[in-house]
Design a protein around this ligand. Structure first.
Ligand code: MG
Length: 373
């Protein structure tokens, strides 16, 4: 039986991971659960799965958990992320934001397998995260695109390039002049995937694809990464090999597929699924880097190296928050990121501390500048 800890168990990926575990009670057991502040959900899950180690980031919820779960060990604050993973074979890192970097570093330092659903850790800190693999741990992708690439690479020793697919988000076909008027409500309504608010906005600006390009660079050690628009989200990505052969991984869009594969790798284990309706007419369209420049900025950040991707991520995170708080418009998000990348060359030392310092400095600078609007 595989022992699983889920960091961020009350978010979208966390809940779907619990669904996967629920479907195979003999294959998995939950040994650790943590979340940010949703104590009611955490208590319910800990009871349902008989989990004896729980953590909550919000310290004010500590005593509530303590009395609701008298048999469990309860952690709070920063310990919530690291201590609940102690007994796990696989740590599912499904927290949103830079806090994921701390969690991933800690799990890898103790040689654990990380099922990674947190984007920021590899985007902002890819160099320091991958360095921790020397302790014998592993990073297994949970994101559907990276899981697809990973599945295509099974049994292969080399490849020519990765072709990520992108749904295009809800506004790919919208005329460019209408984009500026997009509201937060429209931006978070994604046609194919059920996701959190931050990633839904990233998907709408195509920055999600930009972040995924940077993640793919670290996961598969290459900068040969392209992407195509595929509105149906059936083909989750492709890999082209030296002889011109292209492998694609496809399935009905459901995050529980890649989540389960990360937990059962190298096996494809039986699960209930909605079958693909064949024959299918698959559509692929070229990227539009003029209307959606975010993937181009991400590639630029990879080429510049150093802390450039850390800056891109921090600027985007601050700008998305400002957009959701209605302080800036939809197209301002990527404009702010682009201006930030141009304003200062970031070639500081790439250390865990340097990454956090740069992230906080850029995030605060941008957030404070526009917050009062
Ligand atoms: Mg994705």
């Amino acid at each position: 039986m595989k022992k699983i800890a889920i960091l961020g168990c009350t978010g979208s990926i966390g809940k779907q991971t619990l669904d996967v575990v629920r479907s195979d009670p003999d294959g998995f057991c939950i040994v650790g659960l943590s979340c940010g502040s949703d104590s009611a959900a955490l208590i319910a899950y800990a009871r349902e799965f008989g989990c004896k180690t729980v953590g909550i980031y919000d310290k004010s919820k500590f005593s509530e958990l303590r009395s609701a779960l008298p048999d469990a060990e309860v952690f709070c604050g920063d310990d919530a992320l690291t201590c609940v993973a102690a007994d796990a074979d696989t740590v599912v890192v499904a927290v949103v934001g830079m806090i994921g970097l701390t969690a991933v570093m800690s799990a890898l330092r103790s040689g654990k397998t990380v099922a990674l659903a947190n984007k920021e850790s590899l985007v902002a800190g890819g160099a320091v995260v991958t360095e921790q693999l020397k302790h014998g741990g592993a990073i297994l992708p949970v994101d559907s695109e990276h899981s697809a690439v990973w599945q295509c690479l099974q049994g292969e020793r080399s490849f020519r390039r990765i072709i990520l697919t992108a749904s295009g988000g809800p506004f790919y076909f919208m005329p460019e002049k209408e984009l500026a008027a997009v509201t937060p409500e429209r931006a978070v309504a994604h046609p194919n995937w059920k996701m959190g608010r931050k990633i839904s906005v990233d998907s709408a600006t195509m920055m999600n694809k930009g972040l995924e390009i940077i993640e793919a660079k670290w996961l598969f050690d290459t900068d040969k990464i392209d992407y195509v628009i595929h509105p149906q989200s059936i083909v989750h990505s492709m890999v082209e090999f030296e002889d011109g052969s292209v492998k694609a991984q496809a399935c009905t869009p459901d995050m529980r597929m890649p989540i389960q594969y990360a937990l059962t790798y190298p096996d494809h284990v039986e699960r209930k699924f909605e079958p693909m309706r064949l024959p299918l007419e698959l559509k692929f369209l070229p990227p539009d880097d003029i209307k959606f420049p975010a993937p181009r900025l991400a590639k630029q950040a990879i080429a510049q190296g150093g802390l450039t991707a850390t800056v891109l991520n921090a600027a985007n995170e601050a700008a998305v928050r400002l957009f959701l708080e209605r302080k800036i418009g939809f197209t301002d998000i990527i404009d702010i990121v682009e201006r930030e990348l141009e304003s200062e060359p970031y070639c500081g030392e790439v250390t865990e501390r340097g990454i956090f310092e740069t992230h906080n400095r850029v995030y605060d600078k941008i957030y404070l500048k526009y917050r009062g609007r």
